[in-house]
Design a protein around this ligand. Structure first.
Ligand code: TRP
Length: 460
């Protein structure tokens, strides 16, 4: 295999890397998924386990990915092959990169569709749909429910919103790492944080902050199930964007002197803080309006709009709220588009613009599968396996198979395959700290992941 190609892009400094990696990490996972899985899994105790998973498994795997990228200085598959051969091992370890890029590509095809929902909601909120629905309290919930159902089953609408999202991402990516990615993220991330804080204060004022705080931070282990532990671990991976080649490619753009350990910890903390603030922004509204904390995936798109409709400045704050969701989702979409683009540039010698357009077009085509799955088209129904449609299939193989398997291989690769000297040099840690990291990578992370994986494929 040809492994002598390299990426030459670099971030301007460690802050741009931290912002970009945090931008990739912060997304629908933090704003949409975390609040509802926390609600479904008992609040405080779930938050506690989730934090353990982030710190003891998420951070070591994040560090491992960044090391592979930085040491290999190539797109994920080549980077892994480089690092493996440097340690005297088989270049077939490139599989961890290939799997990651594949998973990322597949995920993007439906993530862009859900990001499109958020774009549509900016317009719904902006045009006063929420308050119009709330004008008749008797039918408020139904009207909002219908708004959501009509959107997600309308292929033309989904096509419009997700095409816009992908086109915008192609535009940013085609401009390159410094002018495109860095620039976009330098504005989007602070804007995102400001909006989030603003909305949290707003909900603290109009909502029931005390109940929300208590729900999230009062640890009651009797509320926790084994299923909840597994959900927490799976989500730790998803939210940190692990096992998808992203942190490897972003690591490959790291300037030489940036500390992987410090930046990884900062990224994980920033991501976690955003998720917690999202909870503190959403739950006061949920409790003040007597809504159900365990409403599930509809929490963001169905429950919250009901509340916005009847709150002071609800349409305005609702619009800002969904603008924030769009920003968060968009920084993840561009991250996801970066690795297929970098692959085309590095391996197929395309220009960046051409690579971005080709990758974007391929994702768009795959996107159609998810769009028509939501719309219920006959051709998206699968007759094999457990049935379902193409969207469910893509979601299932990425989240439940490729992602845990990738994470497992990455921790094994870093813990057992890379020469410890190389790892130690890259991490630049004292002996004592290094041995802690090594134990996490060698034992804690793989065994934890194996546990989730075995469960998700139904072994127990
Ligand atoms: N971390 C993102 C979120 O919380 C989702 C995600 C998973 C992602 N893998 C990714 C984003 C890879 C960008 C790249 O929503």
């Amino acid at each position: 295999m040809n492994t002598d190609t390299h990426v030459s892009n670099r971030w301007s400094n460690r802050y741009s890397y931290i912002l970009a990696a945090t931008g990739a990490a912060v997304g629908l996972g933090n704003l949409w998924k975390f609040p509802y899985i926390m609600g479904e899994n008992g609040g405080g105790a779930f938050v506690f386990v989730y934090l353990l998973c982030i710190f003891f498994i998420g951070i070591p795997v994040l560090m491992a990915e960044a090391v592979i990228g930085k040491r290999g200085r190539s797109t994920p598959a080549n980077a892994a092959a480089h690092v493996a051969t440097e340690s005297g091992r088989s270049s077939h370890w490139s599989i961890i990169g290939t799997m990651g890029v594949t998973a990322g590509f597949l995920i993007l095809s439906f993530y862009a569709v859900i990001a499109g929902w958020a774009v549509a909601y900016v317009f719904f909120a902006g045009s006063g749909e929420f308050s119009a629905a709330a004008a008749d309290p008797a039918t408020n919930a139904e009207t909002i429910g219908a708004l959501f159902t009509n959107l997600i089953t309308s292929a033309p609408q989904l096509l419009l919103w997700s095409s816009l999202t992908i086109a915008a991402a192609v535009f940013v990516i085609s401009k390159g790492v410094k002018d495109g990615l860095e620039n976009a993220i330098t504005y989007l991330m602070p804007a995102l944080l400001l909006l989030l804080l603003g909305i949290m204060f707003y909900s603290a004022v109009v909502g029931d902050f005390a109940s929300a705080f208590n729900f999230m931070f009062h640890i009651d282990f009797s509320q926790l199930t084994i299923e909840g532990v597994l959900v927490a671990l799976g989500h730790a991976f998803f939210t940190l964007s692990l096992a998808m080649g992203i942190m490897m490619i972003y690591g490959a753009y790291l300037p030489k002197d940036v500390s992987i350990v410090k930046t990884s910890i900062m990224i994980a903390i920033a991501d976690t803080i955003v998720a917690l603030i999202a909870g503190l922004a959403i739950y006061p509204i949920v409790f003040a309006n007597g809504l159900e904390p365990s409403a599930g995936p509809g929490l963001l798109f169905q429950t919250i709009p009901i509340a916005f409709g009847s709150m002071p400045f609800g349409d305005f704050v609702g619009t800002l709220f969904f603008v924030m969701v769009v920003f968060a989702a968009f920084t993840s979409v561009i991250a996801l588009l970066e690795s297929p683009t970098a692959y085309l540039v590095e391996r197929q010698n395309m220009s960046r613009t051409k690579g971005a357009v080709v990758a974007g077009a391929a994702v768009w085509v795959l996107c159609l599968c998810s769009i028509y799955s939501f719309a219920g088209a006959e051709w998206t129904k699968l007759s094999f396996g457990m049935g379902g449609d193409i969207f469910e299939f893509l979601d299932y193989i990425t989240a439940n198979i490729l992602l845990p398997l990738g994470g497992l291989l990455i921790s094994i690769f870093a813990g057992w395959v890379i020469k410890p000297e190389i790892l130690k040099e890259e991490f630049n840690l004292s002996d004592q700290h290094f041995s802690i990291v090594l134990v996490l990578l060698r034992y804690v992370a793989p065994l934890g992941i194996l546990f989730v994986f075995a469960n998700s494929i139904g072994l127990f």
